[in-house]
Design a protein around this ligand. Structure first.
Ligand SMILES: Cc1cc2nc3c(=O)[nH]c(=O)nc-3n(C[C@H](O)[C@H](O)[C@H](O)COP(=O)(O)O)c2cc1C
Length: 175
């Protein structure tokens, strides 16, 4: 396999609705020399504060949230959607918590690192076909008083609210 190369975002041609919502992604971050990852299918891509950004939504209960909060960066790893084994691994990483087991190893995935000019190390998943290295800019927990339509309520019966993170896309890596 070719090694990862940084690519200009002008080469990004994917449909974000399919990429995030249907193919899924892994959110990976490091804290205290430990790494955790989780599957996500909610999020977005766009432009904010003059930057190309991603938006992710992470519930309070996720162990990965502690890693995202404990680091200035995180990565989003995207995979070949036709690889059944990878899809199974993504389903596994989105069901089991890293609190209870070494799920990355169990999923047969390897951690790779991107190191930026400021020597900030960001872990990502080596089996990915495309990776976005993201620098956190904004985080806000969703609260009920911001709901405009009642249909949102059904997602929070257990009050396990998402925190929305907006992060600048620092680097796109592709093989
Ligand atoms: C397809 C799929 C999509 C998911 N999307 C999200 C998401 O966008 N946000 C979230 O908080 N949890 C999401 N989850 C749930 C987490 O991946 C799951 O709770 C995971 O086990 C958390 O692992 P952790 O405790 O090691 O962080 C998703 C799960 C699956 C299977």
């Amino acid at each position: 396999m070719h090694s990862f190369q940084p690519m200009d975002l002008s080469y990004f041609n994917d449909n974000p609705f399919r990429l995030i919502g249907k193919d899924w992604m892994l959110i990976t971050a490091e804290k205290d020399n430990d790494v955790n990852t989780m599957t996500a299918s909610w999020g977005g891509m766009g432009v904010m504060w003059g930057k190309d950004i991603v938006l992710i939504a992470v519930r309070e209960s996720r162990y990965t949230k502690e890693f995202i909060d404990g680091s200035s960066t995180f990565s989003l790893s995207f995979f070949n959607p036709d690889d059944i084994k990878i899809k199974e691994a993504l389903a596994f990483l989105g069901t089991v918590s890293g609190r209870n087991e070494n799920k990355i190893k169990k999923a047969n995935m390897k951690i790779n690192y991107h190191i930026d000019e400021q020597n900030i190390e960001t872990p990502f998943i080596d089996e990915a076909s495309m990776v976005l290295i993201c620098r956190k800019m904004f985080a806000q927990k969703i609260t009920k008083d911001s709901f405009i339509v009642p249909e949102i309520d059904k997602w929070y019966k257990d009050e396990d609210y998402h925190t929305l993170y907006i992060a600048e896309i620092q680097t796109m890596l592709a093989r």
